[in-house]
Write a protein of this length. Structure first.
Length: 192
């Protein structure tokens, strides 16, 4: 008889919930889709877009091994760019009942950019509503241009060099932002 670790059971249950979302008819999400900051205030991604800087949104979970392994590179990326052309926002899928785990992740990795938290099914639905794509898993990235238009969505880890190259090729400053029909590169899918 084999034993199942709690993290494996949780991952399986979350996967089953996301699968149910994938076959359920889509309903429009509320603008904030139930997101809150870690102090409990209602927030939405829209609160952080359109402020004259590129916004990179990282959707993560505290038990995601890739999120844990790569968190430092996104913290460094944010610290290098926040006073200039790019900002970041984290969205934890740990749910309000997992807030302690999300806060521990933020402390453990010295995450200096703002973070929101939402229920897994609500965050997956928000992603589907924003992108028209099925939810895959964490980490997932969304990139908004300085005017607040979603330009890129990508499931899976994305090296910060690719993010920097994409933003540089599409105008790093708000007055340089432009739409391009060129492919964003192998790891980034351009949203048209």
């Amino acid at each position: 008889m084999s034993t199942i670790r709690l993290s494996e059971l949780r991952a399986w249950l979350l996967g089953a919930a996301w699968l149910a979302l994938a076959v359920a008819p889509a309903a429009p999400a509320a603008p904030g889709a139930g997101l809150r900051d870690l102090s409990g205030q209602a927030r939405s991604i829209d609160d952080y877009t359109g402020h004259g800087k590129w916004l990179v949104v990282m959707i993560w979970a505290s038990d995601c091994s890739v999120c844990n392994a790569d968190a430092h590179q996104y913290v460094d990326f944010y610290n290098a760019h926040r006073a200039k052309d790019i900002t970041m926002l984290g969205v934890s899928m740990d749910g309000w009942s997992g807030r302690a785990a999300a806060e521990a992740f933020v402390r453990r990795h010295h995450v200096s950019f703002p973070n929101l938290i939402g229920e897994p099914a609500a965050v997956a639905r928000l992603y589907q509503d924003l992108t028209g794509q099925s939810w895959v898993g964490t980490p997932t990235f969304l990139i908004y241009d300085p005017s607040g238009t979603l330009r890129v969505q990508q499931a899976g880890a994305v090296p910060v060099k690719l993010i920097e190259d994409y933003i540089r090729s599409h105008g790093a400053r708000p007055d340089q932002a432009r739409r391009s029909d060129r492919p964003a590169g192998p790891a980034l899918a351009l949203r048209r």
